[in-house]
Design a protein. Structure first.
Ligand SMILES: [Zn+2]
Ligand SMILES: [Zn+2]
Length: 354
């Protein structure tokens, strides 16, 4: 029986227990995990920020080996190493054909029927469509993208969410161009990858804004050309009309602050998700008069099947940092300790290794 970290009630520690996992059905695969990073979304869900149902198994940034393929899976084979993401997509609907698989409109069996059950019976939600705080997951084949076998699993796991989202927010949603000035608000896992994405896209200046000096030091390591602590300095004084601002901090204030830093015709990318109910304000007259754009992006508008192999190649070329995103690794038994360190802002990514 696979072991899993089950969230029985929001705001309480995960409970480590045996669960049962149903066999992969049509179009699904079972993946034996090697590593799963803890993302801020996992912690926010576990703390009840966005509601949802319990019991649930969270975890959605993972890497592992395909253990079993269900009927009709031609794209993957047993033993193949894959990165698992929450982007479950059909490849055929309007959004998928437009290159936005994270917005796929198709319905999947797994949306209705979680594959996870408690050892004594009773369904467990498949949190964030993966349920990867567990030895094994059953996911749709579209959620598993092949990666090379020789690279470290903990480093590859972060590709599944933080890297896809951050790099995609810069490259795809923000359409950063060579020579641009880019501001990234929030230097957590997604923010650092938005910085890397802006650098890869050729931005000339990349300014990181955060309220923690150690995070700003990390931002410089990931390619920021300047760093502003918003607690002690006014970002508006430090930024001259940004072409693109990427708000990765999950707060409405970050969105309002970001708009104020844009040049005329600039783009504000909203990627961080505040707790349900938070609202940001903007001046519609200024937005129209100055031709500004506010763009929301889910998962960095990523196309995992194209993006993950490209990101792996950038990593192997030394142009994309992954190892540096992994603050520490923990066994599943110590997941509560690892999650608490994330809550305290002490880690970029703590990664569970199996
Ligand atoms: Zn995530
Ligand atoms: Zn689709």
């Amino acid at each position: 029986m696979p072991r899993a970290a089950v969230c029985h009630r929001f705001g309480e520690p995960f409970s480590l227990e045996d669960v049962s996992l149903s066999d992969p059905r049509e179009g699904e695969v079972r993946v034996r995990l090697e590593a799963c990073a803890i993302c801020h979304s996992d912690v926010a869900y576990a703390d009840g920020a966005w509601g949802g149902r319990v019991p649930t198994v969270l975890g959605h940034e993972a890497c592992g080996l395909v253990a079993e393929t269900g009927p009709g899976v031609a794209s993957l084979r047993t033993g193949q190493r894959v990165v698992v993401s929450l982007i479950r997509h059909c490849g055929a609907c309007g959004r998928c054909r437009a290159g936005e698989p994270a917005l796929c409109t198709a319905a999947f069996g797994l949306d209705e029927r979680s594959p996870i059950a408690l050892a004594g019976g009773g369904r467990v939600e498949q949190g964030l469509r993966c349920g990867a705080f567990a030895d094994e997951v059953v996911v749709h084949a579209s959620q598993a993208v092949p990666v090379p076998p020789h690279l470290p699993a903990a480093s590859l796991s972060v590709l599944g969410c933080a890297v896809l989202t951050g790099v995609g927010a810069a490259e795809r949603a923000g359409a950063v161009r060579p020579g641009d000035t880019v501001v990234v608000i929030g230097s957590g896992g997604v923010g650092l990858n938005a910085i890397q994405g802006a650098v890869i896209a050729g931005a000339e200046r990349v300014i990181a804004i955060d309220v923690a000096d150690e995070k700003l030091a990390a931002a410089r390591l990931f390619g920021a050309t300047a760093a502003v602590n918003a607690r002690t300095a006014d970002p508006a004084a430090a930024v001259e009309a940004a072409d693109v601002v990427i708000a990765t901090a999950g707060s409405a204030r970050a969105v309002e602050q970001g708009l104020a830093l844009l040049r005329r015709g600039g783009t504000l990318v909203v990627v961080g998700m505040p707790a349900s109910g938070e609202e940001a304000r903007f001046d519609p007259t200024q937005l129209a008069h100055d031709g500004m754009r506010i763009v929301g992006t889910k998962m960095g508008t990523a196309r995992p099947a194209d993006d993950i192999p490209r990101l792996v190649a950038l990593y192997e070329d030394g142009r994309l940092k992954l190892d540096e995103l992994v603050t520490a690794t923990y066994p599943l038994d110590r997941i509560n300790e690892a999650a608490d360190a994330m809550r305290r802002g002490e880690a970029i990514r703590n990664v569970i290794v199996f």
